[in-house]
Structure formats: C-alpha cells, structure tokens
Design a protein. Structure first.
Length: 319
C-alpha cells in the first residue's frame, strides 16, 4: 500500500500522476491539499478561487482518486481570526484509489480536535462493521430469463383473502422467494462471462485446427452463449451503478465496479446526531438510535397535538 502525505500548495497534477505511476496498486493520499472542492467546504467572507476548485476536481477525476466516508467537524482548518475575518475551510482530506477501496471497503476517517495546530488531524479507521442482511433487490436481468412471466403470473393470480394492500404485500413477499431462486440458478454473472469466453476460445481453436463444419457449429453456439452472458452482466452492472450506459458495445466492467464500490462506501452510516444534539457512533448504537427515533416519530409515547379550531376558522374567513 502506498501512502503519501502533505500535498500543500502548487499544482496537483504532476504530483498525483507521478504517484500513480510509482504505485500501481493500492494508494492512499492524505494531508493538506490547500484547496476545496466546492463552496460548501468553506465558511467565511473570503471569496473562493473557482479555477482552483475546478482544477482540483478535474485532477482527482483524471488520476482516479476518490473519497471515503468522513465524520467529525466538516472544516479541518481555521485561520485563528475573530469576527468577520474568521475563515473555516476543509483543506485536509484522505483520498484513495479503486484498488485500495477493494482491500479496505469499510474504511473511514474522522477529524480530531486541532489542539495546538490550526489544522485538525485526520484519523483513519479500518474497523469492519458487522454486515447486516442485505435488502432485497430486484435484478432487471431476470426479466430476460425464460419463464420469468410465467413465474410472476403464477404468484400474482393466486387468491389471497383480505384487503387489497394486504394481498399486494403477500404477493410481493412470495415473489421475492421466486426471484432469489432464479438469481441463484444464474450464479455469478461475472464468472459465467469468463467461462463462456473460455469455451468460445476453445471452440475457435478446434475449428482453426480441424476446419470441420461440426466445429463451426460449435463456435456459433458458444458465441451465442457468450453474448448472452455479457448482456446479463452488463444489465446487472448498469442497474447497480445507477449510471447511463454510455455506449452499448463498450463493456467497461472495471469502470462500473469502481462506481459500485464507491457508492457502497459513501452510503454507510458511521455517525449520526440524536435529538439531544449528541453524536452517536458505532454500528449497534447508530442502529438503536434509528429505531428509537422512528418509534417516537410514528406513534410512540409522544402526545398528539389537538387542532386549533379557532385558528382554522380564522383561515377560512380570510379566504
């Protein structure tokens, strides 16, 4: 793993490019970048250099450095001034490349108290959170499988007694079992693509060696299987990355897998603020705080407010 620190001031492009050429595997870059990505990362009257922000964003995109989850104070630097001259900036950050994120997908960092410095130190955490059971996700590629319509029709036409909403919920739960079984039958779509490609290569080698029609037919069938496997994998990657498929024939799987990993990392909740203004961290504590909040919101022990009929009458008289 390559770790480089202190990129303060100057042009970023040359330093980043040299870093990526030197470390072809996992890379983490951390320190004072002396620039912000957008206006939300600064607080104060001093105008931000939009050219510097644009250059910073473009360089990060070009060299493939991405952010990991961050907690703590949103600003990591203060100019130690008072009143209207007070300036807050997020100048310090930790950036990683795709390979680093694959090795440490649960990593995050937080800004500690600055102590005697005007910068807040960054503390990198790599603790693995307990993985909860993943939510059900309908995969669009299932619609291309033979028998999909019949399996859905068989569940949806089933008679369920009760109100309409109860019937819909029961049918959706039953379909989850059907879809999971179909997805399990298809197996690992990426592995299917590799296997289909190896079979196609073997068939083409046999045809080039013996030049017989039977091997030509084998090549044609293997090509159909390979194209179908690629199509199913592409459908899955498009949906999970939630991005527009730029060119239909461009199977840039690495690009989509990197987007999936980045989204998963940024969507993890490491710390929240409760109703009392206190910060709660830790997977179990955060989950308990979510449950407590929604129990109170959706009809716990909170008292219902009565309607002010006089106020409603006043509104009706005005209109």
């Amino acid at each position: 793993m390559g770790i480089v620190r202190s990129f303060g001031g100057g042009s970023y492009g040359m330093g980043f490019e040299a870093l990526m050429r030197r470390h072809l595997r996992s890379v983490a870059v951390l320190g004072d970048f002396n620039a912000v990505l957008d206006a939300s990362e600064s607080c104060g009257r001093s105008a931000e250099n939009t050219n510097a922000m644009t250059e910073f964003r473009e360089v990060l995109t070009e060299v493939g450095l991405i952010h990991i989850p961050f907690t703590g104070c949103p600003f990591t630097w203060h100019n130690c001034s008072e009143g209207s001259r007070s300036l807050w900036r997020r100048l310090d950050r930790i950036l990683v490349n795709e390979i680093w994120l694959v090795h440490w997908p649960q990593a995050s960092y937080f800004s500690a108290l600055p102590s005697t410095s005007d910068h807040s130190p960054l503390v990198l955490r790599g603790a693995v959170q307990r993985s909860a059971r993943g939510m059900f996700r309908f995969e669009n590629f299932l619609t291309n499988l033979p028998g999909f319509i019949d399996s859905v029709r068989g569940v949806w036409l089933h008679q369920i007694y009760g109100n309409h909403m109860y019937g819909v919920v029961c049918k959706l739960k039953a379909l989850k079992t059907v879809f999971r079984a179909q997805r399990k039958i298809k197996g690992d779509l990426a592995l299917n693509v590799r296997l289909a490609k190896s079979y196609l290569d073997s068939a083409q080698t046999l045809f080039e060696t013996y030049r017989e029609d039977i091997f030509l037919h084998l090549v044609q069938w293997c090509r159909i299987v390979y194209c179908k496997a690629v199509e199913l994998e592409a459908s899955m990657l498009r949906q999970r990355a939630k991005m527009t498929w730029l060119t239909k024939g461009d199977q840039c799987s690495k690009f989509f897998f990197s987007k999936i990993n980045a989204r998963r990392a940024m969507q993890r909740v490491y710390q929240i603020q409760n109703s009392d203004g206190q910060l709660v961290s830790g997977s179990e504590q955060v989950a308990a705080e979510f449950v407590s909040f929604f129990q109170a919101l959706l009809g716990g022990t909170s008292r219902r407010r009565s309607l002010n009929l006089d106020f409603l009458q006043l509104i009706s008289n005005i209109h």
